[in-house]
Ligand binder design. Structure first.
Ligand SMILES: *Cc1c(COP(=O)(O)O)cnc(C)c1O
Length: 562
């Protein structure tokens, strides 16, 4: 631990972080992004410290019945296998008790020797009541009381533990509003303890807190923004800062974590240009900037492509911008062979793990991400007759995957709808729904398909990152113009758009999707292999070189952390 205390660091607070494929503390894109940010910091030797919850039971393990009915079980992991205990503990106030918070230290190693500490906060300590020991058990589990307790542990416990361990922090990065209570803890600390005893409201130094906090908002979707009723806050957190102060910062009606974060952060950003625009409309009066997300190139490039890049473009892991040379450096043949190897790897995995036999020669459409309404996993299946007719002419197969939050009945229904559609399309169109889609599955699945499909409802996909992972592996996207794709799509060169960016489309999006598949994408794959490979290389050259987390973290370093 001492080796991390000599430099002042940026503290990156996040509810979820996918720091390793075998550590199941992530629910999807947000956690993967946090992991990629920390991995990149290690590569760049940018001094950071990650602060997150240990989530000993993970998010959950997904089980699917033959009809696609999802059930869940705990995805337990053993922190002792991956981490050492950090040698300090702290307390946070919960329901009038002092709840102890300890931590596990995991060390991320970068590709040039850099190392970043990640603290997994844990309340499973013998000092605590049995009920309090489970506060850090399940990611996004339980009700809003449980969530508030988790956010107290993350925000308040995280700041106190960093202090207790001797970290010097010059910036706090709030990765989504879940972490906003950290700013409240910093605010409290701007008033000397004696001043609190005097009558009236203490003079908190809001500017000082803003100077130290940067906030990234990640979604325009309501479910991503926690709101807690003030009577719940009074019961669970108790008196922390004066009621009037809290309501001015966090909202009159309820404690709104996004507003709290907005009001206490000196730098605020959305995760793509369109998302920043959407956020500025949602939060008038706040300067919401845009730092478009990126993915960690080394983590998300399949071994076959990594070997090619190593050969032609040494240094690409540290400076993925050099992928801009892919179009001129890589031959069609070696590009196609690298893809064929990634596809074989996926097909073999599906065969060995699930006994599924898909055809190596058929174009394979991939779609895997959290299953939730705005991502519209059912859009491809809106008209099964139409889809069958397309497949008759231009055969293809489908690989699907994704978990629905255990309480998201609508998301669960969509998983069943996709299952029903795949059943109805068989045997003409082969398809498979991969159970328990997670980071390790994503590393195999995304590079192994031929086309990455994305059909969110505009403008609700703030960024999306899976298409960026695909691009690094020469897998073009077919996507609605939302999130990063607004910036990444060069029609026919990096992939294809579904519909246009206008508000009143001339045709339905399902129709636009079918038309693009039938007239552009599938004919190109079947009839013009060189043309297809040109699009593969275009995706790497124009998307892979830009939508990586090295570019993203250098921007955070220069604009949000300095
Ligand atoms: C990248 C990734 C995501 C994010 O996918 P989007 O299409 O951006 O929503 C979700 N889950 C896993 C396991 C991933 O690796």
């Amino acid at each position: 631990m001492e080796s991390f205390l000599d430099r002042s660091r940026i503290a990156y607070f996040t509810m979820e972080a996918a720091v390793h494929p075998q550590i199941p503390t992530s629910s999807g894109g947000l956690g993967i992004l946090a992991g990629d940010a920390l991995r990149t910091a290690a590569d760049l030797d940018l001094p950071m410290v990650g602060v997150t919850l240990v989530s000993r039971a993970g998010y959950f393990r997904q089980h699917l019945s033959p009809e696609g009915r999802q059930s869940e079980s705990a995805e337990d992991w053993e922190p002792g296998r991956w981490c050492r205990r950090a040698g300090a503990k702290t307390v946070v106030p919960i329901e009038g008790r002092e709840v102890w918070v300890g931590a596990w230290l995991h060390v991320l190693e970068g590709n040039r020797g850099g190392r970043e500490p990640v603290l997994f906060l844990d309340t499973d300590l013998p000092e605590n009541d049995p009920a309090d020991r489970t506060i850090t058990a399940q990611l996004y589990g339980g009700d809003s009381t449980y969530r508030l307790k988790q956010e107290i542990v993350l925000g308040i416990g995280g700041v106190r533990l960093l202090r207790g361990l001797g970290f010097r922090i010059h910036k706090y990065h709030l990765n989504e509003g879940h972490a906003a209570l950290l700013a409240l803890e910093l605010l409290r600390a701007t008033v000397p303890p004696s001043a609190e005893l005097r009558a009236g409201e203490p003079q908190y130094n809001v500017l000082q807190v803003r100077h130290r906090c940067s906030f990234t908002t990640h979604t325009p979707v309501g479910a991503g923004h926690d709101e807690f009723a003030y009577d719940l806050v009074a019961r669970v957190l108790g008196p922390f800062v004066e009621d009037g102060v809290l309501r001015r910062l966090a909202g009159e009606a309820a404690l709104d974590m996004t507003h709290l974060a907005l009001n206490l952060s000196g730098y605020v950003n959305g995760v793509a240009k369109l998302h920043a625009e959407t956020s500025r409309r949602m939060y008038p009066g706040y300067a919401v900037r845009a730092v478009t997300n990126g993915v960690h190139a080394h983590t998300w490039t399949a071994p076959s492509f990594a070997a090619l890049y190593d050969h032609h473009l040494p240094g690409w892991c540290h400076e993925p911008e050099v992928l801009v040379r892919v179009r001129c450096c890589l031959s069609d043949e070696e590009t196609w062979q690298a893809h064929a190897a990634a596809k074989r790897r996926m097909l073999e995995h599906l065969h060995n793990a699930f006994g599924v036999a898909l055809a190596p020669e058929l174009p394979t459409i991939g779609f895997a991400r959290r299953m939730t309404s705005y991502k519209r996993p059912e859009l491809l299946f809106s008209d099964l007759e139409r889809l069958r007719a397309i497949a008759q002419r231009w055969p293809f197969q489908i690989v699907w995957g994704g978990k629905a939050h255990p309480r998201d009945e609508d998301g669960k229904r969509r998983i069943e709808q996709v299952h029903a559609a795949l059943r109805s399309l068989a045997p003409q169109v082969r398809g498979f729904y991969v159970p328990n889609y997670d980071m390790s599955m994503a590393q195999i699945l995304i590079p192994g398909v031929d086309l990455w499909l994305n059909t969110p409802q505009r403008p609700l996909e703030a960024s999306g990152t899976s298409g960026m992972k695909a691009a690094l592996n020469g897998v073009p996207s077919l996507s609605v113009l939302d999130g990063w794709w607004v910036e990444g799509c060069v029609e026919g060169m990096t992939g294809w758009a579904i519909g246009d960016a206008g508000d009143s489309p001339a045709e339905s999006e399902a129709e636009a999707l079918y038309r693009k598949l039938e007239q552009r994408v599938l004919p190109l794959f079947h009839q013009d292999r060189a043309g297809w490979i040109a699009v593969m290389k275009g995706a790497i050259t124009l998307n892979g070189s830009l939508f990586n987390s090295h570019r993203m973290m250098r921007r955070y370093a220069a604009e949000a952390y300095m």
